[in-house]
Design a protein around this ligand. Structure first.
Ligand code: ADP
Ligand code: ZN
Length: 605
């Protein structure tokens, strides 16, 4: 073992001054040979927890990760920091893999990334037997869960491998784990005795907003143009068809967008991922298939064009925004049609009754979140068992108000009664027409213009009734029939309302508030006195990144570049004082950046 301490490594290689929450404890445990389980949100700095002990312990740190597409960039980023990293996956030629194995055998490699299917091959098994192993890190550990949509069967066999190395500490990491998944991870990876590190789920830099959809595409375009021009973001849609439709439309409207879903040919998916990693301002329109492996730190917005199926999915997907800690938006659109569609989708899904029951509860929570008049962050965190005393000040409700709530009991009674008296098989528009007393030919034929509820709802408008029905479905007072007509039916929660024994609180639909933001260039530099310098530094970074064939953030993050533009370091020492500049990068690029800064200072001041 070297004489360096974890803190030295943090400064020397990564250019950071202080550890974040839990990092140092986790590192100390691994150095002492103890297993660890780390559940921390995206962007909280999990990677350092295994990278630093891999450098400090004798032998190679073996990192098992399903993110093949990212390995190249991850390894390049480590090497740029002066850490000898390698990877083994199917993208290497036999000869390249041979060379990697050579470096591992000769103890040259400090960190080795391996795809799970690769880990299980006999040749990799032989390699590990011949090698001194510093630790095993199992990244994206929730992939072991058969219930989740990231399930990887190879993950179930990881424990068979690690069991053969009893003295080697193991660390499992994930950003997504409700209680069930967490238990599954600990059991299947045989980590029952691991120390657990769980940090707050809060992502304070993400602003959570939900809006009613009326003309979804126009709203989306307005949101991107007004608030995130020339920025990178992800738009999640439910179906492949919609993904393609919206991506094509955004392109026609002059927004640089690309479609991504599992139905595209592999080459096209790869190309999409590459563009996402490299391009400065790109909107990816995708199904949930686009997820695992989104490592880009500067995603400024995540849009849900359709509602997701659970709070877990919502949290995970929105979590891809703002990993760099700068402000980011999570913006969701939803409507009565969405609520109906998500309920129907769940009923049609595969799985036994218990499974469906659990999924139903998860969807209920998400729809309740959509309809809340409270601070969204409080509701979100409470779902993950975290109480937060004060409203957050950085969500749609805290900023724009949540919409007043009103006593909707009588309206609910009228609506439920209309459902019941028409035989529980009609959808919103027909029922609303009955409530408003608007008869049509079909209604007369069926005799529904003579029922007691006909015309009793004229105190509300068509639009308000839609809001009532949407909320009744979201809150579980009504359910949706499975057939294509999407008729509504009563639930056990309906009867107490009809009997006058329960109160229903509804909310007025809030009027959306439009925000405007200036062009990206003006924004990013409002806090930088020398915005011209910032442009020069960005151009230099881009040139270096293109030379190396890596994303710009692998060279320096925006944050580091901004700090340089503000501090204007002109010596190596001063440069090392900038967050994110380690010794290796100072050696490699220091002169170029210092020269750019000097020239600018001479010219402009
Ligand atoms: P996670 O794997 O938890 O999503 P990462 O390990 O990718 O997060 O880290 C997110 C970002 O935070 C990275 O850019 C990383 O360099 C940075 N980071 C990690 N630890 C620190 C620290 N102690 N100080 C400053 N930045 C850090
Ligand atoms: Zn709030």
């Amino acid at each position: 073992m070297t004489s360096l301490t974890p803190h030295h490594v943090l400064q020397k290689y990564f250019g950071y001054d202080t550890f974040r929450e839990h990092q140092e404890e986790v590192i100390t445990q691994l150095l002492a040979g103890t297993d660890a389980f780390v559940l921390m949100p995206t962007g909280s700095g999990k990677s350092l927890c295994y990278q630093i002990p891999s450098v400090l312990r004798d032998g190679v740190g073996v990192v098992i990760s399903p993110l093949i597409a990212l390995m190249h960039d991850q390894v390049t980023a480590l090497r740029e920091n002066g850490i000898r990293a390698d990877y083994l996956n199917s993208s290497l030629t036999a000869q390249e893999a041979e060379q990697v194995q050579g470096r591992v055998r000769s103890a040259e490699t400090e960190i080795l990334y391996v795809a799970p299917e690769r880990l299980l091959t006999p040749s990799c098994q032989r390699l590990l037997t011949d090698t001194r192993i510093a630790l095993f890190a199992i990244d994206e550990a929730h992939c072991v869960s058969q219930w989740g949509h990231d399930f990887r069967p190879e993950y179930l066999k990881i424990a068979d491998v690690t069991r053969r190395y009893p003295g080697v500490p193991r660390i499992a990491l994930t950003a997504t784990a409700d209680d069930v998944t967490r238990k599954e991870i600990l059991a299947k990876l045989e980590l029952a005795s691991a120390l657990q590190f769980v940090s707050s789920f809060d992502r304070p830099n993400i602003c959570y907003r939900v809006q009613l959809k009326d003309n979804g595409k126009r709203q989306l375009l307005g949101f991107i143009r007004d608030e995130h021009p020339e920025e990178t973001g992800i738009v999640y849609c439910r179906s492949r068809k919609r993904v393609e439709d919206i991506a094509a439309w955004l392109n026609r409207e002059g927004i640089n967008a690309v479609a991504y879903h599992a139905g595209l040919p592999p080459e096209e998916r790869m190309a999409g991922q590459r563009r996402f990693a490299r391009e400065e301002a790109l909107v990816v329109v995708a199904t949930i298939a686009f997820g695992l492996g989104i490592d880009r730190p500067d995603v400024r917005f995540v849009v849900h064009f359709d509602v997701p199926m659970s709070m877990e999915a919502y949290y995970q997907e929105t979590g891809r925004a703002g990993r760099d800690g700068d402000p980011a938006d999570a913006w969701m659109l939803y409507s009565l049609a969405d609520v109906i569609a998500s309920r129907q989708m769940l009923m049609r899904s595969e799985g036994n009754e218990t499974f469906k029951f659990v999924q139903q509860r998860k969807l209920d929570a998400l729809l309740g979140y959509c309809e809340t008049t409270a601070c969204r962050r409080q509701v979100l965190l409470r779902y993950f068992d975290e109480e937060r005393a004060q409203p957050c000040g950085n969500c749609g409700t805290c900023r724009d108000g949540g919409g007043a709530s009103w006593d909707g009991t009588v309206a609910a009674q009228k609506a439920l009664s209309a459902v019941f008296r028409t035989g529980q098989r009609f959808g919103a528009q027909y029922l609303i027409n009955i409530l408003l007393g608007k008869e049509d030919e079909r209604m007369c034929r069926l005799g529904h213009h003579r029922i007691k509820t006909f015309g009793v709802g004229q105190e509300l408008s068509d639009k308000q009734w839609r809001s009532v029905f949407r909320q009744l479905i979201a809150l579980g007072f009504l359910t949706v029939e499975m057939d294509r007509r999407a008729g509504f039916a009563l639930t056990e929660k309906s009867w107490p309302v009809l009997r006058g024994e329960a109160i229903v609180r509804l909310r007025e639909d809030p009027v959306p508030v439009r925000r405007h933001k200036k062009k990206r260039r003006d924004i990013d530099v409002t806090d930088i006195p020398a915005s011209g310098l910032w442009e020069h530094l960005r151009a230099l970074r881009m040139a270096i990144a293109q030379d190396l064939g890596v994303p710009a953030y692998v060279i320096f993050h925006d944050k580091t570049l901004k700090e340089m533009a503000i501090e204007r370091p002109t010596t190596r020492e001063a440069l090392l004082g900038i967050t994110g500049v380690g010794e290796k990068k100072a050696d490699r690029y220091g002169d170029q950046f210092i020269e750019t800064i000097r020239n600018w200072v001479i010219r402009e001041t």
